[in-house]
Design a protein around this ligand. Structure first.
Ligand code: ADP
Ligand code: 5GP
Length: 228
């Protein structure tokens, strides 16, 4: 689980030769600030890239195709499901579909960077099942009232859809413990720092290291002598 003091620890950056790219899944309720945190973090670093999801929902003002989402028709989305193009996909409360395209993730990993996926909790659990090495991070708002305030202030959905998202958020809050880390997005700068610390630590974890570093980490056995 994420610790509130984690951002206070300092980590020197890992060199590209030390780590292999990983999947980072950022999940949590709509409105918690996942997208905001990810944009800030990825802007600061060259070793991460966001896997742009596909969706059938309508584009919001200011959103761009292929930058924010690959906006697909229902027919095209289902065709790509049939073709096996998705790592995971869900039908969300709104009835709209969302999914992670395999080619997006492959392209990022092949470039030597780690991929950041922003998913609701069911998709995050699917990635946990299919990629057990993936690092999952649950982002929550400091309170339910603040989550509601953020969704209403963002005002990107109708009142009815905001209500559905809030109802789902109450259920999702019970699932925080199912993920590797929890980050409370209270102060934005602090929360981005905590997320960055988690990424650095996970990139240094043995699962993330190539053979050279894993070999270097082997601790010689102590206190055993060969018989003469
Ligand atoms: P999500 O991607 O989880 O649905 P967003 O990133 O769209 O959430 O954030 C929801 C709203 O909350 C946005 O209007 C965003 O500007 C605002 N927001 C995000 N983080 C914070 C924060 N730490 N403090 C206050 N407002 C925030
Ligand atoms: P929004 O409509 O607000 O952009 O997204 C709604 C929800 O869908 C958010 O919780 C977001 O994290 C999630 N989401 C976005 N892309 C994907 C995806 O590819 N797969 C899954 N499972 N969820 C996604």
């Amino acid at each position: 689980m994420g610790s509130p003091t984690a951002s206070a620890q300092s980590w020197s950056p890992c060199s590209a030769a030390d780590v292999r790219p990983r999947l980072f899944v950022v999940t949590g309720p709509s409105g918690a600030g996942k997208g905001t945190l990810i944009r800030k973090l990825v802007h600061e670093r060259t070793d991460l890239a966001v896997a742009v999801s596909a969706t059938t929902r309508a584009r919001r003002p200011g959103e761009e195709d292929s930058r924010d989402y690959h906006f697909l028709s229902e027919e095209e989305f289902l065709r790509r499901v049939e073709a096996g193009d998705f790592v995971e996909h869900v039908e969300y409360v709104s009835g709209h579909r969302y999914g992670t395209l395999r080619e997006e993730v492959d392209r990022i990993l092949a470039s030597g960077r780690s991929a950041v996926l922003e998913l609701e909790t069911e998709g995050a659990k699917e990635v946990q099942r299919t990629s057990p090495d993936a690092v999952t991070i649950f982002v929550q708002a400091p309170s339910f009232g603040e989550l509601e305030r953020r969704l209403r202030e963002r005002a990107t959905e109708s009142a009815g859809e905001i209500g559905e998202r809030l109802e789902l958020a109450r259920r999702q809050a019970q699932e925080a413990g199912d993920f590797d880390h929890v980050v409370t997005n209270d102060d934005l700068t602090r929360a981005v720092g905590e997320l960055g610390t988690i990424v650095d630590k996970e990139l240094r974890a043995p699962e993330a290291m190539g053979p050279r570093r894993r070999g270097a980490m082997v601790v010689p056995r102590q206190g055993r002598r060969e018989r003469p």
